[in-house]
Design a protein around this ligand. Structure first.
Ligand code: HEM
Length: 492
């Protein structure tokens, strides 16, 4: 009896009572950052759900986040993938959905050292160029202080152009529209409910025609990127060329190119599928995340005009009224950094981090079996009442050093578990530096270049601050605002 008792694994954490076979699948609609935060108030910081055959866990406190992202990082670093995700990533031929292991390590090294690194001039030049184009577009459409501009749409165009340029070396043309349509279909398929993910013996039930849509979407991507790869192979640019793009960088790792260049230094060999899948990672990882953060930062400041005025005063003191902000100013703008931090705390662009366990684990005395889906709710953690004073209030000065800001010592690099907009540990964001650069520059230039008011006499307190849940958590309604130029120089 004693042996049996000793070998008994610890209990599963608390959670809503599951039904036979379907478990808690009737609660699928609640598995959003907000829904899971409400469940955590009832069941605690580590809760368990049964979704058909799948065990799912939600982590909603800094203590449990530290446990899974730091103390037991190795066991929690796999990624869960639905049938749709596995198919659209060419069976996890990318980095974001590859399981933790030697292949993922090599892909990650390639991304960090080459694709997103500061040395990739084309990518980093795209940020100031496209940010200037955004300011120009704002000045052109609403610059007389009369018409409202659709800031959300213009900001999305900025990040899309930056990433498109980084990947393919170009921004214009009908190609972009075709590619955006492919991205949108991928995004819908990633989020579509598919019963086979939870009850495999029911996978034949495909009422929404998902299998056909998956085949069509991947075929469309094949057609699109194969053409680009062939063009890049024909022009034969070297990754060392100043205007090389990500495709040029990756082509050097195709077996035929590596053999030709006698590239023995690297054991990494990529296939065309790897190249396509990584391009999709970069598109999904780098476009909506940055766009949603820029739009939220501006919306929060329009909702809290004193903070906008304070940032504009800082910009006037440091930059003056005769030019707009450039990269060299960014490190001299402490309040701007606080605005960015406070925005990422309240609106982490990826609100739920999705991990999977590679082995049976025990967390806080509870069992987490191998192959479980683990959702780390960074949105709930950023608003955790035990960690943050006035947790739901936008107050950038909480991060201000020298003013007694209670959160002055906290940053988002991954060691403060109450603040994880970029994740932490092995699977944390490899595009953080690039994302922050685009975010800081765009927010600073828009705040410095214009005074902002809300359309139709709307009061700041009336601005809709709701969000929607998907791969990211952008604003529920696009941000419209009326710009009035405030500099003595032309806006580009
Ligand atoms: C404000 C901007 C951004 C935010 C807040 C952000 C946030 C995140 C988060 C939270 C993760 C997942 C961490 C985890 O699961 O533990 C992630 C992963 C990732 N991000 Fe970002 N990201 C941003 C910008 C970018 C950019 C600009 C790129 C690429 C150009 C990028 C590429 C990726 C990739 C490829 C992964 C997957 C990494 C892996 O699985 O190993 N991100 N990001």
């Amino acid at each position: 009896l004693q042996l049996r008792r000793q070998s008994k694994s610890p209990p599963l954490p608390p959670g809503p009572k599951p039904l036979p076979i379907i478990g808690n699948m009737s609660m699928m609609g609640q598995l959003t950052h907000r829904g899971l935060a409400s469940l955590a108030e009832v069941y605690g910081g580590l809760l368990h759900l049964r979704l058909g055959r799948l065990h799912a866990f939600a982590v909603s406190t800094p203590e449990y986040a530290r446990e899974v992202l730091q103390a037991q990082d190795g066991a929690f670093s796999n990624r869960p993938a639905t049938i749709a995700i596995a198919y659209l990533t060419y069976d996890r031929a990318d980095m974001a959905f590859a399981h933790y292991g030697p292949f993922w390590r090599q892909m990650r090294k390639l991304c960090v050292m080459k694709l997103f690194s500061r040395r990739r001039a084309e990518t980093w030049l795209a940020v100031p160029d496209e940010s200037a184009a955004l300011v120009r577009a704002v000045a052109a459409t609403g610059g007389a202080g009369e018409a409202a501009v659709n800031l959300g749409e213009l900001i999305f165009a900025l990040t899309k152009n930056v990433i498109f340029r980084a990947a393919f070396g170009t921004r214009d043309g009908e190609d972009q529209d075709e590619f955006i349509a492919i991205l949108q279909e991928f995004s819908k398929l990633f989020g579509a409910f598919n019963i086979g993910d939870f009850i495999p013996w029911l996978s034949w039930v495909d009422t929404q025609g998902i299998s056909r849509r998956l085949r069509d979407a991947r075929a469309a991507l094949d057609r699109f990127i194969d053409k680009i790869i062939d063009e890049h192979m024909r022009r034969g640019k070297s990754p060392d060329d100043a205007d090389a793009d990500m495709v040029d960088d990756m082509l050097a790792f195709l077996p035929e190119a590596a053999a030709k260049a006698n590239n023995k230094d690297s054991t990494l060999r990529l296939t065309r599928d790897n190249i396509k899948a990584i391009i999709m990672d970069v598109m999904f990882g780098g476009t909506e995340t940055v766009a949603s953060a820029i739009e939220w930062a501006l919306a929060e400041m329009m909702h809290s005009p004193d903070d906008l005025r304070r940032l504009q005063q800082e910009l006037a003191d440091v930059v003056g009224y005769d030019r707009n902000v450039d990269e060299s100013d960014l490190d001299k703008l402490p309040f701007l950094k606080c605005v960015i931090k406070e925005t990422l705390r309240l609106h982490p662009p990826i609100p739920l981090l999705l991990h999977e366990t590679a082995e049976d684990c025990v967390v806080g005395g509870y069992s987490v079996p191998k192959g479980s889906r683990v959702m780390i709710n960074v949105w709930a953690i950023g608003r955790h009442r035990g960690s943050w004073k006035d947790a739901d209030v936008f107050r950038p000065s909480r991060f201000m050093a020298g003013e007694g800001g209670e959160a002055a010592g906290l940053d988002f690099k991954g060691s403060c578990f109450e603040f994880l907009p970029f994740g932490s540990g092995r699977r944390s964001c490899p595009g953080m530096a690039l994302g922050l650069y685009a975010l800081e520059l765009a927010v600073a230039q828009l705040a410095h270049g214009f005074n902002w008011s809300l359309p139709d006499g709307m009061k700041p307190s009336e601005l809709d601050m709701g969000d929607v849940f998907g791969l990211t958590a952008p604003r529920a309604t696009r941000l419209y605002a009326v710009p009035t130029p405030r500099l003595n120089c032309p806006l580009y």
